[in-house]
Design a protein around this ligand. Structure first.
Ligand code: ZN
Length: 269
């Protein structure tokens, strides 16, 4: 029987110097609900924002232990350093580790990243880029390096692009879960120390509590029905146009209307 609803829990920015206290809070919740997430491991993190704690000495063994527990590991970039002022095919922020670089440069970065992981005994054919920022050359370079899946894209269905199966991830955070469909919920545990992001932890708890039956492993999540590449590219373009062009124009109009009605309803109560 096909599921009406499936949710993938994804954690980004896993590296030896991440905020371990926050990560351990996440693991406690994941274990309580027996959730097996997709975790994005950075092969050789050089992002200063992620140099938080002293490097965990047994980091790679710890990652292997998580794999043994049923967590799925993805390669998340290479250095997690933005060195291109270009946006990718599904994001608009002009900074990237991959998008805008030549195919050869990207091929090298992906090859190096994969080599680092493999040196530590970590094998994966799943990738997602920092800041959701990648382009067609990234996908080509991934395919040549043996990657089969990318946990990203804004299409409604999965589809094969440049030799890689793109499993859409339309939300940058924890999405609103509807009655049916596929949802990738993205978390960054290190951000929970920021007051404006502190509710990320609450969102994780709520998601696991309310939807634990619908949360699936990556292995199951990636088996969702595949779409036609031409139609899915159009679908993605339409979605991105709505998100980045239409929504910002509508927001100042829609928000006061929503607020007016919510205040009116509060008053009625
Ligand atoms: Zn990241």
């Amino acid at each position: 029987m096909e599921r009406r609803r499936a949710i993938l829990v994804r954690f980004d920015d896993i590296c030896p110097t991440m905020n371990w206290e926050q990560w351990n809070r996440a693991v406690t919740v994941l274990e309580r609900y027996n959730v097996k997430p997709l975790i994005g491991v950075i092969p050789d993190c050089q992002d200063e924002e992620l140099l938080i704690d002293a490097p965990r000495p047994d980091f790679w063994q710890y990652i292997k232990d998580l794999q043994d527990k049923g967590y799925t590991v993805a390669m998340h970039g290479y250095l997690h350093k933005y060195d291109s002022a270009t946006h990718g095919i599904v994001n608009v922020t002009p900074r990237s580790e991959f998008a805008g670089h030549s195919y050869e440069e990207q091929l090298e970065k992906i090859k190096q990243g994969k080599a680092v992981l493999e040196q530590h005994g970590i094998f994966t054919d799943i990738f997602f880029a920092p800041a959701h920022s990648y382009d067609e050359n990234t996908l080509k370079a991934l395919a040549v390096n043996g990657f089969k899946y990318v946990s990203d894209g804004a299409s409604s269905r999965t589809f094969v692009r440049e030799g890689v199966l793109c499993i859409p991830c339309r939300s940058g955070g924890c999405p609103k879960i509807g009655k049916k469909g596929y949802y990738t919920a993205v978390f960054h545990a290190h951000e929970w120390v920021r007051p404006e992001k502190a509710d990320g932890y609450i969102q994780l708890e709520k998601l696991c509590e309310e939807y634990s039956k619908d949360i699936v492993s990556f292995e199951e999540y990636c088996k969702r029905p595949e779409g036609n590449a031409i139609l899915q590219k159009l679908n993605e373009k339409g979605y991105l146009f709505y998100e980045y062009t239409v929504k910002p124009v509508l927001r100042p109009v829609v928000r006061p209307i929503k607020e007016f009605f919510s205040q009116r309803n509060n008053f009625k109560r």
